[in-house]
Design a protein around this ligand. Sequence first.
Ligand SMILES: [Zn+2]
Ligand SMILES: [Zn+2]
Length: 256
Amino acid sequence: MHDSFVAVLSSGSCGNSTFVSASETSLLIDAGLSCRELERRLAIYGIEPQQIEGVLLTHEHTDHNRGARRFCKMHGVSLFGTAGTLALTPHEDVNSIVISDRESLAIGSISVRPFPVNHLAAEPVAFSLTLNGAKVSIASDLGCFTERVVREMKCSNLLMVEANYDEEMLRNGNYPGFLKRAIMSDHGHLSNYDAGNLCASTASDASKEIVLLHLSKDNNSSEVAKDAVCDSIGELMPRMSVVPVEHGLHAGPFKL
Ligand SMILES: [Zn+2]
Ligand SMILES: [Zn+2]
């Protein structure tokens, strides 16, 4: 029996996966690394793949589903995703379970609440999870945030939010114009500035920590992202800590 915690196995365009554990139930949110790399990073936290009850996919982009089929097949883990996500994710020989983008479900002792987001994918969602009385929200690949997103994320003890790019760095960077526009659009990724606004809109007395996800390798840095979010929440929540996850590295455990 151990306490509830969250560990980011990897975050960013090279692969996303987050491990969430309550006393007797463990889940992965996304499996965007190879099966072998997922196993290797779980081992850092002393976790056996067989302990995991389900992999929950946010959407079908490869940086989120790359290792899903192999990992689930090899270790007898169930794969959860919306109909749109599963339709575009290989899942032969895997126990796949379709979830709705607006109905809560229970997986073991974890209550999972998916909610729709604006990213350019078939049927993308973010998740709020409740475990042992604590709430964690994991919202990456957002494009923009809606009132619904703010509402779903309120009262989280741990807020995990995308902070993909610094606007100035992206504008002045080497990406072609069409790509810059796609990233900045309402169906692309969330800027540091927007991440700060989202955190300021959702953070409350319940919130202890903010973890920043999906930082761009080219158009962001940990310092720049952290500064932007701290600027937005500074006066509201002076004691709250903000932890940016370096592109491609693991981070945590974050206790709940
Ligand atoms: Zn995506
Ligand atoms: Zn992504």
